[in-house]
Design a protein. Structure first.
Length: 226
C-alpha cells in the first residue's frame, strides 16, 4: 500500500485577507515571526495571503478579532505546502487545482484549528488514523489527495481512478465513520464504523443500517454557524 501522499495537502494555516487595512498589514509580520510566509498584494492589490505552521494558527484568531478582519481560511495550505513568496503564481495554481472551500467565520475557524466540536471530544481524523483505516480496509490507492471540508470530514481521493473515501471526525466514543465511494457506478458504496485502533465495529448495508450510518456520520461533523 502506498499512501505517502496523504499528508501532502493536509496542513492547516493558509489565510487570505481581502483588502487588508494598512494598520493590520503593518503589524502582521509580528504576529508570527518565524515559519510563516506573506504574499502581499496576492492576486489583487491590497489582498494578503498569510501561511503559517499548524501550531501558529491559533495566534491569528486574536489578531483577526482585534482588527475585525475579513478572512478566508484554507486548512490545506501552510508553510509546508512548498510555496515561495517570490513565486505567488504557484500559490494561485495550488488554489485553482485543489479548489478548497474556505472557512470564513471565527466560529468555524476556532473549531477547525482545534479539530474539536463544542464538547471538546470530537477530533478530526489524523494521518495516523487514516493509515489505520486504509490498512484495515485493505485499500490500495497509489496516488491520492487528501482534503478537509469545513465540517471536518477528511476526503481521500484516488487521482487515477476517482475513488473517494470519506472519513468523519471521531465521535465521543472515538469512532470514525467511513464511506467508500467506488470508481464505478456498478460497484456498491461501502459504509463502516471503525475504532481509533483500526477495528471494524460495524458495516452498514441494509436500508435501516444506511440510515443509521448517515445519522452517526452527520453527528460527528462540525456544524455551520447560523
Amino acid at each position: 500500500m502506498n499512501i505517502n501522499n496523504i499528508g501532502s495537502t493536509n496542513f492547516k494555516g493558509g489565510f487570505r485577507f481581502p483588502n487588508m487595512p494598512a494598520e493590520a498589514k503593518e503589524k502582521l509580520p509580528e504576529v508570527v515571526k518565524k515559519r510563516r510566509q506573506i504574499f502581499d498584494n496576492f492576486e489583487k492589490s491590497g489582498d494578503v495571503f498569510y501561511t503559517v505552521r499548524d501550531e501558529s494558527d491559533g495566534k491569528l484568531i486574536k489578531f483577526i478579532q482585534n482588527h475585525n478582519l475579513t478572512f478566508e481560511y484554507y486548512p490545506q495550505i501552510s508553510t509546508k505546502s512548498g510555496l515561495d513568496t517570490e513565486e505567488p503564481q504557484k500559490l494561485s495554481k495550488l488554489l485553482k487545482d485543489t479548489r478548497p472551500t474556505p472557512i470564513t467565520t471565527l466560529t468555524q475557524l476556532k473549531k477547525a484549528i482545534s479539530g474539536r466540536k463544542n464538547d471538546g471530544k470530537t477530533l478530526l481524523a489524523s494521518d495516523k488514523d487514516i493509515e489505520k483505516i486504509f490498512e484495515t480496509l485493505e485499500l490500495e490507492l497509489d496516488k491520492v489527495k487528501t482534503t478537509v471540508s469545513p465540517n471536518g470530514c477528511k476526503i481521500v481521493k484516488d487521482l487515477e481512478t476517482g475513488e473517494k473515501i470519506w472519513i468523519s471526525p471521531a465521535s465521543k466514543n472515538n469512532i470514525h465513520y467511513v464511506l467508500i465511494e467506488p470508481k464505478s457506478l456498478e460497484q456498491n458504496v461501502e459504509r463502516y464504523a471503525i475504532s481509533k485502533d483500526g477495528q471494524i465495529l460495524a458495516e452498514y448495508k441494509s436500508i435501516n443500517g444506511i440510515k443509521q450510518f448517515k445519522e452517526n456520520f452527520n453527528s460527528t461533523l462540525i456544524k455551520k454557524e447560523k
